[in-house]
Design a binder for this molecule. Sequence first.
Ligand code: ATP
Length: 586
Amino acid sequence: MSIARCPACICGGLPNLQDRDDSTHPMPIFRILRLNRQHMARLLLLVILTTASSVVLLVVPWMAGHLLGTMVTGQEGALKGAVGVLAACLVAIAMLSFLTADRMVRMSAALLAELRERIFDHVQRLPMAFHDSRGKGDMLAVMTIEIAKLSEFVAVTLVAVPARLLTAIGAMIVMFTIDARLALLIPTIVPLFYLATKIVGRRLQGLAVQIQQADARAIALSDEALQIVPATKAFGQEAAQYDRYRQTVRKLEGLMVRQGRIYAALDPLISLIAAFAALAVLWFAGHDVSDGRMTASELFSFMFYAALLTRPVGSLAHLYGQIQTARGALARLSAVLAEPTEDVGAAQASRRPRAHGAIEFRNVHFAYAGRDPVLTGVDLRVGAAERIAILGANGAGKTAMINLLMRYYDPQVGAIFVDGEDSRTMGLSALRDRIGLVPQSALLFNATIRENIAFGAVGASQQMIDDAARLAQALDFVASLPYGMDTVIGDCGLRLSGGQRQRIALARALIKDPAIIIFDEATSMFDDEGEEAFIDACNDALHGRTVILVTHRPATLALANRIVTLEDGRIRELRADERRLQKVSA
Ligand SMILES: Nc1ncnc2c1ncn2[C@@H]1O[C@H](COP(=O)(O)OP(=O)(O)OP(=O)(O)O)[C@@H](O)[C@H]1O
């Protein structure tokens, strides 16, 4: 029996980042974000707002130049008008900035929430084989950091691009109208900008991937460390755990510093190129003004537009790096969303005929991906209401049989029948509705006892919860807790004893009144007395149900009326003397 995984635990392994294939062709961003009409309307409004800001912004250099020109020439009347227009522009820019920022936050938050819901829903529905193959930290990084990056990219960065382009093109046009000869100097610096962003962008791309990997590892390590706090304390591993985490976050720090340095260098570089261009303009324009070919107002305006131009060009240079980061996030999200989910089928338990619980494994062969075969021709018939125990050495494949019965995996050869129907054709929800699983690790979550029991059946009523708790003989200990059924039990039920957790797990399994109950080493954490009490509790609860017991514990075997053993990948019925021996020790 393998250790059942706690839903919130990292035991499934750290991210295997080397194995990850990020080369998957990313889905278009609009498909990933499912941008519907409402989103498009909001995006359009944002584009209009940022564009309006740009238009007003384009008036400012003109008016500022005009203002300075009138100051130089001493035209008092024109001064007042220019100040008034400038003030109006500044107020308009402030208001538009507020509106834009407010809308951006709403848009970004909405996209983030929707994407989070979607990926959460999708990941939960992915088959066990997928979860086995992916590191949990890696998945957590995709579900948190990556989607945050993506929604911010769309709602903040991408939305501002039209406005930036408009500002750049608008500034260029006005500069051409002021002095085409001088304006022609500007395009000569474009190749320099391009070169700078290309070189910088190439460095940023590799760094973005490394930062994502280090981020994922840091998330995985902190999650794992929190899960194994008791083990860390018991083995005095606090310092070693700290070192492991420290190495990862320091590596992340180094990468972020490198990325920050590149971005830090980019802005001054762009400014320097722009400043040299401005100097060249001044050089030529100085002659034009002294020769009377250009007014002082035009010169000032020209210079202001040149300065205005550096802002959108600078942010467009940043855009290259941001696109690379978003592309990486998009590829990883696409890869997860492209994975086919399990088809659970409609939950119609109430309309299904009552199941009998007969099970048959017919020539079942199974190997986990990339591993040696575990089951090599399992044949086993379990009659309705029969109680069977499956014995076998560690690693023999007992849990693998349960995993196949639950259809967490499918066999490579052979089939499993439940009530005479091939489990692969009956629909996952129809199959799983018939089975109550009590695993070794109770898989409880941090909520009340009531919520944990109700988890076993969609729409469970109060009466059903109480009945299930009574059947599992959990009512006594629940009554002794400070808030009874409403007591919150901590992560994985850590505020309960092992035996109490198992009773909650049994109640949860019984609440849907399943025809089949599986105990996968469910009594391994009991002492003899606790095990006997638990078995007493089970005797009533198991009445009329098919029971599969995976256990090494003799006392639990007493529940079984038939014992088989799994050896070399096949089922062997115990001989009468072996059976007697097992029962005697029980
Ligand atoms: N998710 C998995 N991916 C790959 N191999 C696995 C996985 N789970 C178990 N195995 C391997 O499959 C084999 C059978 O494991 P299984 O858990 O079914 O054994 P078991 O009979 O339940 O053992 P035990 O009595 O120790 O719990 C083992 O060799 C194990 O290493």
